[in-house]
Design a protein around this ligand. Structure first.
Ligand code: GLY
Length: 351
């Protein structure tokens, strides 16, 4: 077995390693902090990677439910109570084995249990590997909105075991590709030219660099939300039938049109977005049919990243950056310029 690629997330005394490669899960014990005497593995039913994780200390496995409804405060209470049952103390450790939902929820539970205990993430989806498991954002939803309760809680280490991708459903792969396309526009890197381990490691390194420069999103980290303002609105407007990465893919093409409406980029850059997302990454760039544009505008205004009226992360002469005070006219115009899926067409949503 080849050694995993190691990418460091540089956060002073909270720096940590991300191990990327086939079979990387067998290295999880090397990421467990000294002094840990027991662990709880948090996962979901049927995740084959949980059987491969051996933290090297006694451990208990706890499963949480699938689906966005599991991303709730009720699940946090459930997990903390299981941590008590398992005898976890302040110096013990949680190991999250799964996609973004599992690492967000288990990470948040670890951040509040005994006022914060160690967590190691074993990401088993592409989206988790290139985004959710890296950077310490954890949290759950409220009925009023996504990710409204959470904490910045950095893991002690992250594993991206590429073996998990062999059995990942195609739709989940597409969701990861949506976030990967985002990195293309943040850096101009041709990620698709790299082999899979280098591609995932490069995405991790891009995110690690951004997080290392602005851990708590007081500035630069917001660029990681490129494409996300429309994406969050689409997820809510479709009642999560449109998955996050699918919505980000469409959101990237939309953000390019908003930037063009403001004169920040030209038509060629809009076409480049459509080409990269739609052709190179093979993702749908279309709005689903039948969505009320006014609902989308109102949801975009409510996005929690909107600090001052409509705030977007937009491309421009200086690259991708946060732009406040975007006029609603530009937001509406860009919506009219988006391709829309024909009835029964290719905009992909879960039934
Ligand atoms: N997913 C965006 C971030 O971690 O900041």
């Amino acid at each position: 077995m080849t050694s995993p690629i190691t990418v460091r997330v540089p956060l002073a005394d909270r720096s940590y390693d991300v191990l990327v490669g086939r079979g990387a899960a067998s290295h999880v014990a090397s990421l467990i902090p000294a002094g840990v005497r027991r662990a709880v593995v948090v996962t979901q039913s049927g995740n084959p990677m949980s059987a491969r994780v051996d933290p090297g200390v006694p451990y208990t496995v706890v499963e949480i439910a699938d689906g966005e409804d599991a991303k709730s405060l009720a699940t946090i209470e459930f997990l903390c109570r299981r941590f008590v049952d398992a005898g976890l103390t302040r110096s013990d450790c949680v190991i999250a084995v799964g996609g973004g939902l599992v690492t967000d929820v288990a990470g948040f539970a670890a951040s509040v249990y005994h006022r914060g205990i160690a967590v190691v993430h074993v990401a088993t989806t592409l989206l988790g590997m290139v985004d959710a498991a890296i950077g310490g954002k954890t949290g759950v939803n409220l009925p009023e909105g996504k990710n409204l309760v959470g904490a910045f809680w950095q893991p002690s280490g992250v594993v991206c075991d590429l073996d998990a991708l062999d059995t990942l459903p195609e739709r989940e792969m597409r969701c990861g590709m949506g976030e990967m396309a985002k990195y293309h526009f943040l850096t101009g890197d041709d990620l698709l030219a790299l082999d899979l381990p280098d591609r995932v490691a490069r995405c991790v390194a891009i995110k690690a660099d951004v997080v290392g420069s602005d851990e708590r999103e007081s500035g630069r980290r917001a660029i990681l939300n490129y494409g996300h303002t429309l994406a969050h609105a689409l997820e809510i407007a479709t009642d999560h039938r449109m998955a996050h990465g699918e919505a980000v893919a469409v959101g990237l093409c939309y953000a390019a049109r908003v930037a063009a409406a403001l004169g920040r980029v030209g038509d060629a850059r809009v076409h480049e977005h459509d080409h990269v997302v739609g052709v190179a990454y093979g993702l749908s760039t279309e709005l689903p049919q039948g969505l009320d544009p006014e609902l989308l505008v109102s949801l975009m205004g409510r996005d929690k990243k909107a600090l001052n009226g409509l705030t977007f992360v937009l491309d421009g002469p200086e690259g991708v950056e946060t732009v406040a005070g975007v006029p609603e006219d530009a937001v509406r115009l860009a919506l009219t310029q988006m391709p829309t899926a024909p009835s029964g067409g290719r905009a992909r949503m879960q039934p």
